[in-house]
Design a protein around this ligand. Structure first.
Ligand SMILES: Cc1cc2nc3c(=O)[nH]c(=O)nc-3n(C[C@H](O)[C@H](O)[C@H](O)COP(=O)(O)OP(=O)(O)OC[C@H]3O[C@@H](n4cnc5c(N)ncnc54)[C@H](O)[C@@H]3O)c2cc1C
Length: 385
């Protein structure tokens, strides 16, 4: 069976290692830092229902709701199945309700309307002046444990996972990728690895990897700031009922509340500085939904970069689609042996892997169906055994 090299140990690489190992491929994955130390280990942990995208990005919304129900079945240990509320505070939020509900239903996302009293009965910390709330199948995921379940299962099925192993070069001979040059940070040495096919699953870094092979991909790093305050203020995920914007989500994470987020476009995913003014802005906006946010001590603030498809062409970065794609660089750039996968969400990691592994099967002439939607994942604790 062919040897597939995956670059990138984030959620996408984890799900792809699992999918390919399950189909019987020999898999070697290389991650330049600790596994999950890129964007995946640092997002705020929403298992999207897709509702946030239903109006302006229905493809991403449908991908999210489909994966939301699959992940509940195959990885329940990494999820808290707590649902989400979209709360209306102003008349403009109320005016948005109709198109929001219609778009959610068109995407297959169930919506239940609650009166203000019903919503406050469920979540007493909400702004008492809210007008109504909509209940949807959002949930809290553990940003580490979910992909660790994919890694644990991939490892049990024979995938080799190398952390602190940076790809510094891509070997090309006669228009074909033949392998990679690795720098091993643990042993401080370089070595070569040969493979039949190379997959670039490096998220916001995908452009840098393609540049090693002299080609370009349409990925745009889109950083955002997240803030946690030192109390769990709600049991459900709380969103603002308005078009996607800043500071409109609160994700309860164990005994903390993670507030998100902002979005700007960057040229380079490395060395992104945290704009300190975003912290106060996010706290102020989230406190409109849950007033106790502003009186709760700050726990931490950090940022990470989304791997956005397309990018600079959009007039409003919030409108850039959160869908994903994978590319066969033979078709795109006349370079055989390289595939890139990028875009998407942590919620859609399994679907991204399935589409990429299907492409790899077509390229290698294998007729091996995807089985990951039905295969329960191993517990994340088994990764460490
Ligand atoms: C602010 C913010 C909030 C978000 N919130 C959510 C959310 O609540 N729910 C949700 O579903 N999604 C969320 N997302 C999106 C989600 O986090 C990303 O879509 C997803 O984590 C991307 O995963 P990935 O594996 O493609 O990329 P990454 O996790 O970034 O993995 C790529 C890996 O490649 C490695 N790499 C790069 N270069 C090399 C090299 N040369 N050699 C070896 N390895 C290399 C990197 O170190 C990195 O670990 C959020 C994103 C942001 C920025």
């Amino acid at each position: 069976m062919e040897h597939i090299i995956i670059i990138g140990g984030g959620g996408t690489g984890a799900a792809l290692a699992h999918d390919l190992a399950l189909r019987g491929f020999k898999v070697s994955l290389f991650e330049k830092g600790e596994l999950l130390s890129g964007t995946t280990g640092r997002h705020h942990g929403l298992l999207h229902s897709g509702a946030r995208y239903a109006v302006h990005d229905p493809t991403a919304a449908q991908e999210c709701i489909a994966e939301n129900s699959i992940l509940r079945r195959i990885a329940p240990q990494a999820l808290e199945q707590n649902d989400g509320l979209f709360v209306a505070l102003e008349e403009t939020d109320m005016a948005y309700r109709r198109v929001f509900v219609e778009s959610c239903r068109a995407c297959g996302i169930s919506v239940r309307q609650l009166s203000a009293a019903e919503a406050l009965g469920l979540e007493p910390a909400l702004n008492p002046n809210l007008k109504l709330a909509l209940q949807l199948p959002d949930a809290t995921m553990d940003a580490w444990r979910l992909p660790l379940q994919f890694f644990a299962t991939a490892k049990a099925n024979g995938a080799e996972l190398h952390s602190f192993a940076e790809v510094r070069g891509i070997h090309v001979r006669s228009g074909r990728v033949t392998g990679v040059r690795i720098f091993d940070y643990k042993k401080h040495r370089e070595y070569d690895v040969r493979g039949d096919l190379l997959v670039n699953a490096t998220g916001a870094w995908a452009g840098k990897i393609c540049a090693l092979a002299g080609i370009q991909v349409p990925v745009q790093p889109g950083p955002g700031v997240m803030v946690t305050v030192n109390a769990r203020l709600t049991n459900m995920v709380i969103n603002r009922l308005h078009p996607a914007g800043e500071g409109d989500i609160i994700v309860p994470q164990r005994k903390l509340s993670a507030l998100g987020t902002s979005l700007w476009l960057a040229n380079d995913p490395d060395g992104i500085a945290l704009p300190r003014d975003h912290i106060r802005r996010i706290i102020g906006l989230c406190a409109q939904m849950v007033p106790a946010v502003k009186d709760t001590p700050l726990h931490s603030a950090w940022c990470a970069a989304r791997p956005l498809l397309g990018g600079r062409k959009a007039d409003d970065p919030q409108k850039i689609s959160r869908t994903f794609d994978c590319y066969d660089h033979k078709e795109r750039d006349n370079l055989e042996g390289l595939v890139s996968v990028m875009g998407g969400k942590a919620t859609t990691l399994r679907a991204m892997a399935a589409k990429t592994a299907d492409l790899i099967c077509r390229k290698t002439g294998r007729d091996l169906p995807c089985r990951t939607a039905a295969q329960k994942l191993l517990h994340w604790r088994l990764f460490y055994q």
